[in-house]
Design a protein around this ligand. Structure first.
Ligand SMILES: CC(C)(COP(=O)(O)OP(=O)(O)OC[C@H]1O[C@@H](n2cnc3c(N)ncnc32)[C@H](O)[C@@H]1OP(=O)(O)O)[C@@H](O)C(=O)NCCC(=O)NCCS
Length: 373
C-alpha cells in the first residue's frame, strides 16, 4: 500500500526547483519585480535577463539585439512548407510545425551545451516572428516583409505582420505584453518543456511540445477565446445580462481564474492600463466598458479575478491583429522562458517520471482470442 499522496492536476505540488522566476512575494523574473520590468524594461532586455540570469549592460544589449537581427532569416524551404499548409489550419498549428522544422535547419540542433542552447534560443526568438508573419501574410495573399534593423523587437513583430509601423504607444503596449508573457515558473507548457528536456531530448523538441501544451484553451489558447467572448457580448448594454446568464449556465468565462493566483494576476492589472490607453487613442471605449462589467460581475458572483489573457486579447485587437495570431504571439515571447527552463533542467537533470494511482481492473487471467465472446 503506497503512502504517497495524490493531488489531481498536481495542484500545490512542488515539482522542481528554479531560479528563473517566482510568484511568491509578487511575480519576479530572476529577482526583478514584474511591475518594475514592465515599467522600465524592454522585451529584449527581459529575454537577456531570463537567458543569462542578469540584466544586460548597454553594450551587451546592443550585441544581443544585433545578433537577434542577424538571425532573423528563415530558410525558404520552411516558407514553402508554410505556403503549402491548407488554409483552414490555425496559425498556432502552423507555428508548431514551423518551429519543429526550424530544428532541421539548425546547425546545433543536437548539441545540448549551454552555449548551443542559447544560440538556438536566439535563433528561435528571431525567427518565430518571421514564421508567424509569413503564415498570416501568405494566407491573406500579401507579400512577405523584411525586419527593419532600425526597429525594436516589438515594432518589428507588428510591422512584419501588419505592414504598418506602430505608433510609440502601440509599440510600447506590445513590448509590455511580451515582457508579461515571457515567463511564469512551472505552468503547463513550461513543465512540458522540462519533461521533454529531462529525457535528454533537444531544445527544439522541448519547445515544439511546449507549443502544443500552450495551445489549449485552459492555458495560452485562452487569449483567443477571450476575444470570442467579447465579440459574443457585442455591445456594452448587453454585458451585464450576458455574463449573468453565462454564469447561471455554468459557463467558464475565458480570461478569468488561475491555478496559482487566487487573489488576482498582477500581470492583468499592469496590462489593462495599456488597453485603456489604446482604446482612448482609437476613440472607442466600448470594449473597455464591456470588460469592466464582466470583471465586476465575475468577481461578485464567482470571486474570480481576470488573468493576463483577459487584457491581452483586447490589447491585440486594438493593435489590429487577427484573433488566431494571439496565442502565436504568446509563443513569440514565452519561447525565452521555456528555453531558460530547458537550460536549467539540462544543467541539473533528473528524469521526470512520476507515478500514477491505478484505478483499473484487478489482475485477471488472459483469455485467448478464440475464447473471447
Ligand atoms: C485557469 C483555470 C483552468 C484554473 O483552474 P483550476 O485551478 O483548476 O480552478 P477550478 O477549475 O478548480 O475552479 C474553481 C472554481 O471556479 C470556477 N471557475 C474557474 N475558472 C472559471 C471561469 N473562468 N469562469 C467561471 N468559473 C470558473 C470553477 O468552475 C470552479 O467552480 P466550482 O468550485 O463551483 O466547481 C480556470 O480558472 C479556467 O478554466 N479559466 C478559464 C481559462 C483561462 O482563462 N485560462 C488561462 C489561464 S492563465
Amino acid at each position: 500500500m503506497s503512502t504517497a499522496q495524490y493531488f489531481p492536476g498536481l495542484e500545490g505540488v512542488i515539482a522542481g526547483e528554479t531560479a528563473i522566476s517566482t510568484i511568491t512575494g509578487g511575480l519576479s523574473y530572476r529577482g526583478y519585480g514584474i511591475t518594475e520590468l514592465a515599467a522600465q524594461s524592454t522585451f529584449p532586455e527581459v529575454a537577456y535577463l531570463l537567458l543569462y540570469g542578469e540584466l544586460p549592460s548597454a553594450e551587451q544589449l546592443a550585441d544581443f539585439k544585433a545578433i537577434l537581427h542577424e538571425s532573423a532569416e528563415v530558410d525558404t524551404s520552411i516558407i514553402d512548407l508554410i505556403r503549402q499548409v491548407p488554409l483552414h489550419v490555425s496559425a498556432m498549428d502552423v507555428l508548431r510545425t514551423g518551429v519543429s522544422a526550424l530544428g532541421h535547419f539548425d546547425p546545433q540542433v543536437d548539441e545540448n551545451t549551454r552555449s548551443a542552447n542559447i544560440g538556438k534560443t536566439v535563433r528561435l526568438l528571431a525567427q518565430i516572428p518571421i514564421l508567424i508573419a509569413a503564415r498570416h501574410r501568405l494566407r491573406q495573399g500579401l507579400p512577405l516583409l523584411q525586419p527593419d534593423p532600425a526597429n525594436g523587437f516589438a515594432a518589428n513583430l507588428l510591422y512584419l505582420i501588419t505592414g504598418q509601423a506602430p505608433t510609440p504607444v502601440q509599440e510600447r503596449a506590445m513590448d509590455v505584453s511580451l515582457i508579461l508573457y515571457a515567463e511564469h515558473e512551472f505552468n503547463a507548457s513550461t513543465f512540458t518543456a522540462r519533461v521533454v528536456t529531462s529525457t535528454q531530448a533537444d531544445l527544439h523538441s522541448a519547445i515544439t511540445a511546449a507549443i502544443g501544451a500552450l495551445k489549449g484553451p485552459l492555458h495560452g489558447g485562452a487569449n483567443e477565446r477571450v476575444l470570442e467572448v467579447l465579440e459574443e457580448v457585442g455591445t456594452p448594454d448587453r454585458a451585464e445580462t450576458w455574463v449573468r446568464q453565462a454564469l447561471a449556465q455554468k459557463r467558464k468565462i475565458m480570461g478569468f481564474g488561475h491555478r496559482v493566483y487566487k487573489d488576482g494576476d498582477p500581470r492583468a492589472v499592469i496590462l489593462r492600463n495599456y488597453c485603456a490607453d489604446l482604446a482612448r487613442q482609437a476613440g472607442d471605449l466600448s470594449l473597455e466598458t464591456i470588460a469592466d462589467t464582466l470583471e465586476r460581475v465575475v468577481r461578485e458572483e464567482k470571486k474570480l479575478p481576470p488573468n493576463l489573457d483577459w487584457p491581452s486579447a483586447r490589447l491585440y485587437k486594438y493593435l489590429g491583429l487577427e484573433v488566431d495570431l494571439y496565442t502565436p504571439l504568446f509563443v513569440a515571447s514565452r519561447v525565452v522562458g521555456w528555453a531558460a527552463h530547458v537550460i536549467e533542467q539540462s544543467e541539473n537533470n533528473r528524469l521526470i517520471r512520476p507515478r500514477s494511482q491505478y484505478n483499473g481492473p484487478e489482475m485477471r487471467p488472459y483469455v485467448p482470442l478464440e475464447e473471447r465472446g
